[in-house]
Design a protein around this ligand. Structure first.
Ligand code: IPE
Ligand code: IPE
Ligand code: MG
Length: 265
């Protein structure tokens, strides 16, 4: 695979130290995955909770609860595999259109998860970030998120970003407002400047975007940052997403030729 921006240094190189590999890394190597060419930033559109629940005769909220369990293991797997950034779509700016009880249940579930998982995440050296207009989420959830961000801000393991009340267009509108407010003349606006005004300006762009439950669309997720990321869509609904699908996504990513508009022989 051609990846013009590999950022591995000798210390991060896994190939020379097989004894130190985690179990998921050993599985990855057995599947032909090159640990020195992993996607740096994986973004996931966690879709299909409702359909999964419906298929089993459960209420939609049960699907979201199961989705939370999946997320816990996906974060652990991504981290142990060696992915540096994981960003997940937990609630879109458009999801407020759902029935009130589903929205309230989701907010409560995310708040409970944020509180219950903090200790383990901190112990695992996870750095928590959020993306989205969190000023507009319920106060208890907002406080739990801000506490998580503050507690883990100096951690050096995987950066885990929860996109909540997130919309890609809203993010661009917020960036444009900030640029205008800074008094920059229109002629001076550049792509770099837009990037610097996004919610998490220091995060690298995702290089792999995964969507579960078969839908072939972005649904307003990271629309600026994903301009050149590789897409992997699986039919598996989010509650059933496992290590197997994660490794399949990475293996598929490594078979792609990334061209960024240029000619690659
Ligand atoms: C994704 O699952 C979770 C959220 C959007 C919060 P859905 O709830 O969209 O599941 P489907 O698409 O209805 O199956
Ligand atoms: C995208 O899924 C949002 C999240 C996964 C949080 P949706 O289920 O809301 O997307 P659409 O409505 O199918 O486009
Ligand atoms: Mg959906």
């Amino acid at each position: 695979m051609r990846n013009p921006s590999p950022s591995q240094n000798a210390e991060e190189s896994h190939a020379s130290s097989p004894a130190k590999l985690t179990s998921i890394q050993k599985e990855a190597v057995a599947k032909g995955i090159d640990l020195n060419a992993l996607p740096h930033h994986v973004a996931i559109i966690m879709d299909g909770n409702g359909r999964w629940a419906k298929g089993k005769g459960f209420a939609r909220l049960l699907g979201h609860r199961e989705g939370y369990r999946t997320l816990r293991s996906a974060l652990l797997n991504a981290s142990e595999l060696g992915v540096k950034y994981l960003t997940v779509y937990a609630f879109s700016a458009e999801n407020w259109r759902r029935p009130e009880d589903e929205v309230a249940g989701l907010m409560k579930l995310i708040e409970t998860a944020a509180k219950d998982e903090l200790r383990a995440m901190h112990q695992n050296n996870v750095r928590i970030c959020v993306a989205g207009r969190i000023d507009h989420v319920p106060e208890g959830l907002r406080k739990a998120l801000l506490h998580g961000i503050e507690t883990t801000k100096n951690n050096t393991g995987i950066t885990f970003t929860l996109a909540i009340n997130y919309g890609g267009r809203a993010e661009l509108v917020d960036a444009i407002k900030a640029i205008i407010n800074s008094g920059v003349p229109a002629e001076s606006v550049t792509e770099e400047m837009v990037g610097q005004h996004l919610y998490n300006p220091t995060h690298p762009e995702p290089d792999l975007m995964v969507r579960t439950a078969g839908e072939m669309r972005w649904s307003n997720f990271l629309i600026w940052q994903s301009a050149y990321c590789e897409l992997f869509v699986t039919d598996v609904p989010w509650p059933e997403f496992s290590k197997k699908e994660l490794l399949e996504a990475v293996a598929t990513f490594q078979k792609r030729t990334r061209k960024f508009g240029a000619v690659v022989e």
